[in-house]
Design a protein around this ligand. Sequence first.
Ligand code: CMC
Length: 445
Amino acid sequence: MVMATKKSEAPVAGESATVTILDGKGKREQALPVLSGTLGPKVIDVRSLYGKTGYFTYDPAFMATASCESKITYIDGDQGILLHRGYPIDQLAEKSDFLEVCHLLLNGELPNAEEKVKFVHDITYHTMLHEQVINFLRGFRRDAHPMAVMVGIVGALSAFYHDETDYEEPHARMVACYRLIAKMPTIAAFAYKYSIGQPFIYPQNHLTYAENVLHMLFATPCETYKVSPTLAKAMDRILILHADHEQNASTSTVRLAGSSGANPFACIAAGIATLWGPAHGGANEAVIRMLKRIGTKDRIPEFVNRAKDKDDPFRMMGFGHRVYKNFDPRAKVMRQTCDEVLGELGLGDDPLLPIAKELEKIALEDSYFIERKLYPNVDFYSGIILQAMGIPSRLFTAVFAMARTVGWIAQWKEMMEDPGKKIGRPRQIYTGYPKRDYVPISRRG
Ligand code: CMC
């Protein structure tokens, strides 16, 4: 038996935790350092545990494991707090804009006026794709999912910006960051245009980042497309709200891939692949699929019962979160934006809305959801708002990927700049056969 005990109820930095091991060799104790960050719970540093005791820790799905040290984003899931470089997400969503948040995440500070002009210029002038990348894109099946195209194209960028590039060098790292943030909307929009057989619409340097997203998605060469300020504001806010979220599955994937020294474009492709799953960024698309399947308000109880049934794999998409056991602070802002956009666009009569509102009500009242702290998450509202904005549901996760690229690449950069960085390498509990001897084929049953 192994017991971990804290020496006091409230350990301070520098204190230790004692692990008591009670096994065939008797009872012994091992002190382990306790580390503390600026905010959040203290952590027991188990790095020396195996060397000192011969025991590993077991934590599948990383329910209780901090995998790295980071200065970028802080989440308090119990209180519903999300801070980027110390700034609350609701303040950033209300007062900032996406490129300013990108600067903040990448460089640690909000830009001053001069820095902002330069940053916006530098991102704006990296938005085009190499024409050979576009030829490569044309090789995909026309009906390919935009996320499949994004995994492929972003991975392929590693073949366009590689050669002798040394990512140990700060300038090379920064150029990779700028290229990725700048080109992601172009890639997503081209993937969409390709899937509907329309010509690619190139980025326009007089437009903002969010305006460009809408322009590249919705303009055609046949007529002038005027970007709606309401939609541009909503898109900018959606991008801010998805920009980073600490060590989630896709970000951890990017860090793990990058820990081997892999090419950053290939690392981000791995992040996009991870984001695609319905338990992660794919949830916004899955929310709309689910609302359409429910179809009418009177069928909601049937689906709620299915979500509660342990023998039914159905889950209420857009509900629950690994970290937030209180309202998702991004969902709060997204809900408000959702109301604003639907009001301004006069789309209050969208048939999916009453179903979404009823589901939201149930989640806040039903004991199953209350006991498990399953609140609507950011994807619940972003699915509804993106749908109202006319974004096809197949593109929802691609919009999430566009926004999260800055988070991924900022976290990759931080990891690369950590003098103590090491390749990530978890261990396992082996439950297969013990050693056995090879059996010749003639003697196998
Ligand atoms: N519908 C019904 N029951 C649920 C749901 C749900 N959406 N989510 C969790 N539960 C139940 C689950 O069955 C379990 O019940 P019990 O304790 O009786 O066995 C309990 O709640 C705890 O769930 P868990 O699966 O242990 O929690 P987790 O932290 O492993 O999973 C989650 C978190 C987000 C994957 C999960 O809540 C889920 O699948 N939600 C739906 C998909 C979704 O909306 N994902 C987007 C997350 S937010 C954006 C992002 O991070 O990308």
